[in-house]
Design a protein around this ligand. Structure first.
Ligand code: FES
Length: 256
């Protein structure tokens, strides 16, 4: 595994130096250099396998942006991975059209075959799995992206075939670079957050202190709570993750 890069680390500095001409070329294409943020973040992701904090800091310096401006843009897109991920990043659409065409069953199959849940990585660091919002391919539902390449009209059989090809190194999409070992889960202290009942500090000017002011907080647990509380149809999908992380949580939600 390649050595991790940290601020001031010669590994990242060397990468930055190597990519600097390409960054300059990208920046020169835009009237306003801040417009180059997304392509530059994709460039770093291509080489690091994710968008590291060092890459975001370097982009802020190059583009005269604040770190907050960079992070708020990067965190908006599921196309950019803010944590190290597996060599194959599997992002399955959970939007309405896909659900109407069997995405719930398809996602359950994916999770079973991978042995991981939403926002998790297999222990060998090969696969990361995420359920994402509409991928804008609704006419070919259900669909997913593998390392950002689209796959349409999916079935469990097709998914199994794709997994076999990835495991055997013959899949049509090449694996991602992996400069840091991914953690098993992208969540932060999920047990503690569920156990205390308080999920986040919440956003300013939002009446509910646990409301992040958007869809999904850093842990994803606020959205999970909303789904459990308001949409019975999604219970089967979230039960697996809840039971694994906190066996008593589901009972408490059902009792409530
Ligand atoms: S709902 Fe899945 S692509 Fe739009």
């Amino acid at each position: 595994m390649a050595k991790a890069t940290r601020p001031g680390d010669s590994g990242f500095d060397a990468l930055l130096e190597r990519l600097r001409p390409e960054c300059d070329r990208i920046i020169a294409q835009y009237e306003h250099k801040r417009s180059a943020l997304l392509p530059i973040m994709h460039l770093f992701q291509e080489h690091e396998g994710f968008v590291s904090p060092e890459a975001m800091a370097a982009a802020a310096r190059m583009l005269d942006l604040t770190p907050a401006e960079v992070e708020s843009t990067v965190s908006f897109y599921t196309l950019l991975y803010r944590k190290p991920v597996g060599r194959y990043m599997l992002q399955v659409c959970r939007g309405l059209s896909c659900v109407l065409n069997g995405a719930d069953e398809f996602m359950a199959h994916c999770r079973t075959r991978l042995g991981i849940g939403h926002l998790e990585t297999t222990d060998d660091g090969t696969f990361s799995y995420e359920e994402v919002e509409c991928l804008a391919a609704c006419d070919r539902a259900p669909c997913m992206q593998v390392n950002l390449e689209f796959f349409y009209d999916l079935t469990p059989e097709r998914f199994d075939q794709m997994l076999d090809q990835m495991r055997n190194g013959v899949f049509e999409v090449p694996p991602l670079a992996q400069t840091r070992r991914p953690e098993r889960t992208w969540l932060e202290s999920p047990q503690a957050e569920i156990a205390t009942g308080r999920r986040t500090r919440g956003a300013e000017r939002v009446p509910d202190p646990d409301d992040p002011g958007g869809i999904g907080d850093r842990s994803g647990l606020i959205m999970l709570d909303r789904i459990l509380a308001r949409d019975q149809a999604f219970r089967g999908r979230t039960r697996e993750r809840l039971v694994r992380e906190d066996p008593q949580a589901l009972e408490r939600v059902v009792e409530d």
